[in-house]
Design a protein around this ligand. Sequence first.
Ligand code: ASP
Ligand code: MG
Length: 405
Amino acid sequence: MALIVQKYGGTSVGDTDRILNVAKRIKTYVDDGNQVVVVVSARSGVTNDLIARAKAFSENPDEREMDMLLAVGEQETIALTAMALHSLGVKAESRTGAQAGIHTDLAHTRARITEITGGDIKELLDEGKVVIVAGFQGINAVGHVSTLGRGGSDLSAIALAAALKADICQIYTDVSGIYTADPRIIKTAKKIPEMSYEELLELASLGSKVMQARSVEFAQKHNVIFEVRSSFNNEPGTIVKSEAPSLEDVVISGVAVDRNQTKVTVSDLPDKPGTAAGIFSKLGEAGIIVDMIVQNVGRGGKANLTFTVSKDDAVKAERVLREACDNLKGANVSLTGDIAKVSVVGTGMRSHSGVAAKFFQVLAENNINVQVITTSEIKISVGISLEQAELAANALHTAFGLDKI
Ligand code: ASP
Ligand code: MG
């Protein structure tokens, strides 16, 4: 007998039929003798709809009331899921976040979990009941309803799995798992059977938003093994855990493409300590995130700095930098084009040499010019022209053996 935490996202509980399908799936786990705790999201679209209703009164609605409002979405689905289980003859009871003892700090709309007591979940399980818990919501120290930030049901499920010491946490969604690349871009993309938390975090930060990043960090910190899988089929999904021996011979896990980057060049900067610090602190103060960076030393004690920002921040970045450059005589700012960031990610990079060599060789063979580079211990990213992004991603996917894992 295992203790399983299952989380069903908004599309999985999107309507009555889907809720019934979810209940049928839960029943198979119960019939196999497992104890099951289920965390559900609001039906897809409901949270957005509630936000829109609030905005009819104010652009910045009171945050305490906002949480009171948004928590409604999950409360609908816990009750309906429990009823669906009853209709199948399965004993089940629903619990709000507060009833499940999900305690948070005092922040509203993006509260952090401080403690999970589980409330009476253990007793309910011992009575042979399935417990359905509202995701995304908690209760703070002064007894008010709080919510955990958009996508927060993932966090509720992972944190509950940690607190209850569950054997596994299953995250049911509308995709069958995590893929080696976006299947819309790369036809040969494959589902990854097992990967590490770090890899998923890198891939998530590169735009494949299957799970809320905060919940993956939480899982990593508390060593919660989870599986991302689909509620629309019975295929095994992707198991995410800390680095395991079985992962060792896989060098690269995935290739990602981000088409949302703009290059900014600041030229003729004084080539002396503190210049870059000055530039980047101005951008930081303006809330602009800088991604890839290169610096070329020019002539006569001048340097050029090129970096990328998200396309949406480009105009703001240019304005902030022009102001900063007023104090740096002769320095110039220009937006130097939209580019694509193509990355490969894999914990195997730590133990295998030659990954960078192969990466750049593949680009060279395909006549792809690299404009900016950035790396981490488990990732290499390059900024290249938008037109060549697909070519690069496909060539790298093949070269690193991902077409046939
Ligand atoms: N219903 C919340 C949202 O849409 C939480 C979740 O779905 O995870 O953000
Ligand atoms: Mg979600």
